[in-house]
Design a protein around this ligand. Structure first.
Ligand code: ZN
Length: 292
């Protein structure tokens, strides 16, 4: 089975080494942590799945997440050939897509496929906040919908990492209808008695929060992830009320019943395998077949 992860495309995936080398810094490259403000060697971050010793979770690219989660060589990408067009003829959208595709090495803001977690087969998706802020256009919605449909046919659980700025405004209403479309697919999967787990990562907002991100049977969040519908500033301006400390952060979510647990990234592989096992999913050796 072919491994579809690409080689590191940019400075984000493997800790910024390329950028620092480009600056002519031959010593150990570092990344400044926005939480503890310390400069952390990238080798330390790399060994800790891009988590700072203070606990801050740096954002991850979609393929990095899947690589950290899945058994080695077990990922099979599905629907990677689907590419956004510019259905409304929105000015500048074609150019923007072209630019972001080149910059990220991705065709769209979500990577979908199948793989194994400690031997247990699952359909998986990971959104990429570096691709137009993980915004949901027609293709993001279509890939996620098809993945759920595939999972129903193959009796697979779905595990998804969400990260999104919301609907993709360049696709207008076509973008908004993806909320209903993906939700219908989640319901179909649920009616088939299959498990769906979401991991809300920083940031998960807008139409993605209002649809498949919050529809998991089990909803996990990464520490301190920002999760909400409208932004805090918009809410404050509209309601003319000051928002409480930590509003829309993972702890706040847990306290108010919007997620089931906060799970450190370094515990996710083990934790997700356990949740799958509790729900009766077992490790298997059958070949994972490519979907249509
Ligand atoms: Zn830190």
């Amino acid at each position: 089975m072919a491994l579809h992860f690409r080689k590191p495309q940019n400075t984000l995936e493997f800790g910024g080494r390329t950028a620092y080398e480009a600056q002519g810094d031959a010593s150990e490259p570092v990344r400044k942590c926005p939480n503890c403000h310390k400069e952390i060697p990238v080798s330390v971050l790399q060994e800790n799945e891009q988590v700072c010793p203070c606990g801050h979770h740096f954002r991850l690219r979609a393929r990095t997440r899947l690589r950290l989660l899945l058994d080695k060589d077990s990922f099979w990408e599905l629907y990677g050939n689907l590419i956004s067009e510019n259905p409304l003829g929105f000015e500048g959208y074609d150019e923007k897509l072209e630019k972001v595709r080149t910059a990220t090495g991705e065709a769209e803001a979500v990577v979908t496929g199948i793989g194994r977690i400690k031997g247990i087969s699952a359909a998986v998706f990971a959104m990429d906040s570096y691709f137009m802020m993980g915004s949901m256009g027609s293709i993001v919605g279509e890939k996620i919908t098809r993945l759920f449909e595939y999972a129903v046919r193959q009796h697979l659980p779905v595990i998804g990492f969400t990260a999104s700025g919301g609907a993709r405004m360049q696709e207008g209403l076509l973008s908004l209808m993806q909320m209903a479309k993906t939700s219908a697919a989640v319901k179909w999967h649920s009616d088939a008695g299959l498990l769906y787990i979401t991991i809300l990562t920083d940031p998960t907002t807008g139409g993605v929060t209002a649809s498949f991100a919050m529809e998991g049977d089990v909803i996990l969040a990464e520490p301190d992830a920002l999760v909400g519908f409208a932004g805090a500033r918009v809410i404050e301006q509209t309601t003319r009320k000051r928002l409480p400390q930590g509003f829309q952060r993972a702890d706040f979510l847990l306290e108010h019943g919007f997620c089931d647990a906060i799970m450190d990234r370094r515990e996710q592989r083990e934790g997700l395998a356990q949740i799958l096992a509790i729900h009766g999913y077992r490790a298997g050796t059958e070949e994972l077949a490519e979907g249509k």
